[in-house]
Design a protein around this ligand. Structure first.
Ligand SMILES: Nc1ncnc2c1ncn2[C@@H]1O[C@H](COP(=O)(O)OP(=O)(O)OP(=O)(O)O)[C@@H](O)[C@H]1O
Length: 685
């Protein structure tokens, strides 16, 4: 409740409706209105039933003439105070009222601060998700009927040096690490970042001599605090940077260094019980979660007392699916994930990583495990069982720790997790007043965690920090966050962090920042007669194209994304054609794989990973030099992520080779134009 001096008398305003909780807010509102003692002395300001944008302005315009309400007084304040300092009688609980005031002031001709325009690159980012259907293809590109026509089209459009589409000479690369920083001499600065001497030494021992530009930018942005509802909290951040530019460390490092700050009296190595479950990392695949765990593990000193480098990482727990399993007592547990964490970590891990579905399950287990006395006081209260009776007391204790400690959620590959789609300019992403037909699990998870955090906080707003990272970021991502977090604008939902050329004015600069500059592109067009005589006609010509393409290249570790062919068929084909080192996703994290094995022959030794496109996001196999795409990906964003599985070390070149049917030539040209790259042919026409 806030008190506002207004025209000589004190009015009390009840601000009861954080925008993200309409249903609960309505209940609360009705309860309050029914208490006449409050009603008589208080003007009830009902704010922001839905996301406050266009609609909330509209509804308040209607009510502005009724007097008494907050809207009318805010309009008065706007007129009386002919400057921008007129927000001080708002306690900040309502984003809606600020928006309304801004709108009315602007309408009344008062000079108000301009809304920041979203950057051009963020708006262009949406276009990368647009499906490359026939309607998207430039009308000058007709579908070729023959191999010769396709080759002619590709050579004319992809190999000629059109200065308007070619990237200019780069002044700096997003992949280059910052070097020769004089501040490096200071023992607590790692390339200018104040990580402290312990972390500086750990980073350098792990081979990270200097931070990459995006790591520098993200560090300060993630740690920076903003004031909201008179509470200080860390701001939400969206990191946009090309594949292989070091986003993983960019979002991890701020948390790692603060989790272990000596000033916070937390131990340097293991998380203390009080920091258990502070950060949740959401990844599209379990493999990616393990990869993140490995990055953290590589930064921690080897504990020789516990079996050397094989010691499990106590800072990060990766959730793995497990059925309700028998615990030590032989009974089935309804808390398999909590048991998994308890059994592997003491104290609880500060970071929990997993897929959205597993994290949703963990949240549910936490909810059910918190003892009923506590649950009676919190929103998790439900009629179903769980908690209390017959459960090992360590489980409710762990659940409570994880429930109260959660401070930040990181979404790696956020656009994929939230299933970002291009914005339809004619309608808002989630139409007002309508329920959303389907949302992704990550969207559901984030919504629920934001809601939980609102209930935990004393002032009703969420204190949860959200960090998103991806190589392809469009405006629709921040609009989704705006909706989930119930913020009134994209800038308030999250700030953008990028360290590359995408902020530049020239379109070719912006395009050049979408892919690493050490990534090369090539194509191989399959001939109509490319099916081998001994193969059955069901074998895709793309597979024959793949085999022929390897004949033209040095044998080097590769990833094949089989597209329409499918993983099993592609693997079978390669194995039947003598390739002896064909691997799958399960081999990615395998310690038995020798990454430095000499590759002298495609068929005998060269490792070839065949991986489904959906699972390829974020994979970091540094030794991979070729990416083979069977068929043209459905949109430019997919191409960028798949091609980006190579060229992940800034000093080493990688090549993405698209094997395509002649009829797909216009699609490849369209992708290349959107991403601003040129490609060369592996064949001679
Ligand atoms: N400061 C650094 N110095 C040297 N190498 C680094 C540094 N930071 C990250 N790397 C290395 O760069 C590679 C790519 O890093 P990372 O996987 O974080 O990229 P990414 O930006 O997340 O890529 P993607 O978008 O494909 O997920 C990794 O092998 C990592 O070890």
């Amino acid at each position: 409740m806030s008190e506002v001096a207004d025209e000589g008398r004190t009015r009390r305003y009840l601000q009861v409706l954080p925008p993200r909780r309409p249903s609960i807010s309505v209940t609360l509102c009705i309860a309050l209105l029914s208490q006449t003692s409050i009603h008589q002395h208080t003007d009830i300001l009902v704010l922001a039933l839905s996301s406050p944008s266009k609609d909330s302005f509209g509804s308040n315009r209607k009510s502005s003439g009724t007097g008494g309400g907050g809207d009318a007084s805010s309009t008065r304040r706007g007129r009386n105070n002919n400057n921008n300092n007129n927000n001080n009688n708002n306690n900040g609980n309502s984003f809606g009222s600020k928006n309304q005031r801004w709108f009315h002031q602007r309408k009344a001709g008062v000079t108000v601060s301009k809304r920041t325009k979203p950057p051009q690159w963020e708006r262009e980012g949406d276009d990368l998700y647009a499906s490359i259907s026939k309607s998207q293809i430039n009308s000058t590109l007709s579908i070729p009927n023959t191999w010769d026509e396709a080759m002619e089209m590709l050579q004319q459009t992809m190999e000629t040096h059109d200065p308007s589409t070619l990237p200019p000479t780069k002044t700096s690369s997003s992949l280059d690490t910052l070097q020769e920083d004089p501040s490096d001499e200071k023992p607590f600065l790692w390339g200018g970042l104040s990580v402290g001497p312990i972390w500086k030494s750990r980073l350098q021992t792990a081979g990270f001599q200097h931070p990459t530009p995006v790591q520098v930018k993200a560090f300060d942005a993630i740690l920076q605090q903003t004031k909201k509802n008179s509470q200080r909290r860390r701001q939400n951040v969206v990191i946009a940077s090309p594949t292989g530019s070091g986003k993983t460390l960019a979002y991890l490092l701020p948390f790692l260094t603060t989790l272990t700050m000596p000033s916070q009296k937390k131990t340097a190595l293991a998380s203390t019980a009080s920091s258990g479950g502070t950060v949740w990392i959401v990844t599209p695949t379990v493999e990616l979660a393990f990869q993140i765990q490995n990055v953290v593990q590589s930064l921690l000193p080897v504990d020789n007392t516990k079996g050397g480098s094989n010691t499990p990482c106590n800072l990060v727990h990766v959730l793995q699916s497990s059925q309700s399993r028998d615990d030590d007592s032989g009974t089935t547990t309804p808390f398999p994930l909590l048991c998994q964490i308890r059994d592997n970590h003491e104290p609880p891990p500060a970071i929990i990583a997993g897929t959205p579905k597993l994290l949703l399950q963990l949240r549910k287990e936490i909810k059910n495990a918190i003892p009923s006395t506590r649950r009676n006081q919190n929103p998790f209260t439900s009629a179903d069982g769980g908690g209390g009776g017959g459960v090992d007391p360590s489980i409710p204790k762990l659940a409570k720790t994880l429930h109260t400690n959660l401070e930040a959620v990181i979404l790696d590959e956020a656009d994929r997790l939230l299933q970002t789609k291009p914005i339809n300019k004619n309608e808002s992403p989630i139409p007002m007043g309508r329920t959303v037909p389907t949302i992704s699990s990550a969207h559901d998870l984030l919504q629920k965690l934001v809601l939980d955090s609102s209930y935990r906080s004393s002032y009703g707003g969420t204190s949860l920090q959200v960090v998103c990272a991806s190589a392809t970021v469009g405006r629709s991502l921040r609009r989704q966050l705006m909706d989930i977090l119930g913020e009134p604008s994209m800038d308030k939902a999250a700030i953008l962090v990028t360290a590359d050329l995408r902020t530049k004015k020239h379109v070719s600069d912006r395009k050049a920042s979408l892919l690493p500059d050490n990534l090369q592109h090539a194509y191989y067009v399959v001939r109509e007669d490319s099916t081998g005589s001994c193969d059955s006609p069901q074998v895709s010509p793309l597979l024959h194209g793949l085999e022929k393409a390897t004949d033209l290249l040095d044998p080097l570790p590769s990833i094949v994304f089989p597209g329409p062919v499918g993983v099993e068929k592609a693997k079978d084909f390669l194995e039947q054609h003598g390739f002896q080192n064909v691997r799958g996703l399960a081999d990615v994290g395998s310690s038995t794989v020798d990454h430095n094995h000499p590759t002298t022959d495609w068929k005998l030794t060269t490792p070839i990973y065949v991986i489904k496109e959906r699972l390829g996001r974020g994979l970091d196999l540094c030794h991979v030099k070729y990416v083979f795409l069977l068929g043209v990906p459905s949109n430019a964003a997919s191409y960028a992520h798949l091609a980006g599985r190579t060229a992940r070390q800034h000093d080493q070149v990688g090549t993405c080779i698209t094997i395509l049917d002649p009829s797909e030539a216009p699609q490849l040209v369209t992708v290349a134009q959107k991403l601003g790259f040129t490609a060369k042919s592996l064949q001679h026409s």
